[in-house]
Design a protein around this ligand. Sequence first.
Ligand code: PEP
Ligand code: MG
Length: 594
Amino acid sequence: MADSIITGIPVATGIAIGKAFFVNRSHAANLPRQTVAARLVGDEITRLHEAFATVEGELKTIRKTLPEELKSHGSLIDTHLMMLRDPKLSGAAEEYIKTLGLNAAWALEKAVADQEQAFGAIRDPYIRERMQDVRVVADKVQTKLMGLEVDMTAISGRAIIMAHDLTPADTVELQADKIMGFATVRGGKTSHTGIMARSLAIPALVGVDGLEDKVRDGDLVVLDGLTGKIVVNPTESELEDYNERAALFEDYSRKIKRQCHLPAETFDGSRVEVQANIELVEEVAAVLDNGGEGVGLYRTEYAYLNRKELPSEDELADKYIDLASIMSPRKVVFRTLDLGSDKFIASFGELHEANPAMGLRAIRFCLKNPQLFKTQLRAILRASAYGNVSLMFPMISGVKEIRQAKAWLAQAKAELRREGVEYDPNMPVGTMIELPAAVMIAEYLAHEVDFFSIGTNDLIQYSLGVDRTNRHVSYLYQPLHPATLRAIKLVVDAAHQAGIEVSLCGEVASDPFCVPILLGMGIDSISMTPQAIPGIKRIIRQTNMHDCRKLLRDVLECRTVSRINNLVMDNIFKHFPEEVTFFSSLLENDELPS
Ligand code: PEP
Ligand code: MG
């Protein structure tokens, strides 16, 4: 047996095998707590300020040399620089050295604790984020003070980077060519760590519990970005098994990547557009590289998070115009802001809702804050003059909401027209279908918009009443639940009856087990994380519509998820033998749909 197996959230797929290399750890457990002799207090204060200055110098260099694809993270580095220069932190630490004779690292820890205590009770999201930044900055200074600095140039071949957290600055410092993968204790699925791992095309896990306790520097680890596992010091036979899986994954990935620019056309000639979901303009490289035929979902929230001021119309328009122009003539679907719930913006404060998932989020939030909404609408309209731009609204629950949203859009258009600013007057406008209410009235909504995009991540959550991040009920989050499939079918049929196109941009779109059913329904396009595109295109190219329609008819007659799973598995075995060999050798049996 391996020494231990720990798990995290996979944010970039693949299997990496190599030596663990810690670039940072939480210092809380092994912080030196000593007092210094009175005669050495002056030296300790000097050491403190020198450590601050060194970290500042390093961050300045990184800021200056930030490569183009990471430029959008520059403002985070600026925030950290500001904190280093703020005398409140270093001054308070200096006071502790002077008055209590604490060693510098401990004094700094107390200064951070004071700030946490002073601001901890304030539920303002901006303050909360800044407290996290104070922690990051203090960790960096403590690393210097404790002499724990990691020499990044010492990273040898086949290193798997382990960290408590990876800031954009840390990621820039890493030598991408030597890194096989990374894992962090902190971070969620949409954190910048995941985005960066995906753009570096290496496997990564975030939110790994026990990482700092169970893994030591130099341990041989298997990082499995498919199942979310880290196997520490595997046995010979485990290692052999993982080596085989990794080789299989690489062969298969290379093979499907070679074909990723071919159209997603079934044997019998039906075309489905395969597009990408992105959060940063910089991800377009990955979209094009993986054969994405457009951007089916641009999640626009990122530019609003982690900052005090709202972005200006010009700032947004610059980004949006870049995206529209680079992708042109391919389509880019801008989703208007889906803020609220777990994504707050500082300038609006936290809402203190008892049940945020059902609260003031997405289109509801925008309609309550028309100025913010209109600024974004104007920026998207301005970008529409530069490419093939569409716009869609998230979390629509009724006809009135869509009409209100469109009224703001009409007003934004009228303003731009008066100002002589160019935009595409025929820019298609769509709605996401994410709520059971929208499914039930899809036939009415279809008359209000030019297209639908089904957001199954939310639709499954709301229709099955399951928060999939809640481990007590996540087993009930089932894409192949009869209710989910019927809901999708209802929406596709309503769209087609009204003569509009329908896309699907939730994670179901990248699930090889679900895609044949979606094809059977006649979905027009699917949109997914860029890295999933080659595999899904391959599935489509090996399919024929006749079989997909038959599969759909059969699954719609099933009353239970397990019956549907059996049919889906039979279909996969029959039509995609290579994929079955591939997936079943990568995943353990109990991880295949059951
Ligand atoms: C969805 O709900 O399926 C969707 C694509 O939106 P998001 O994941 O951004 O909520
Ligand atoms: Mg959603």
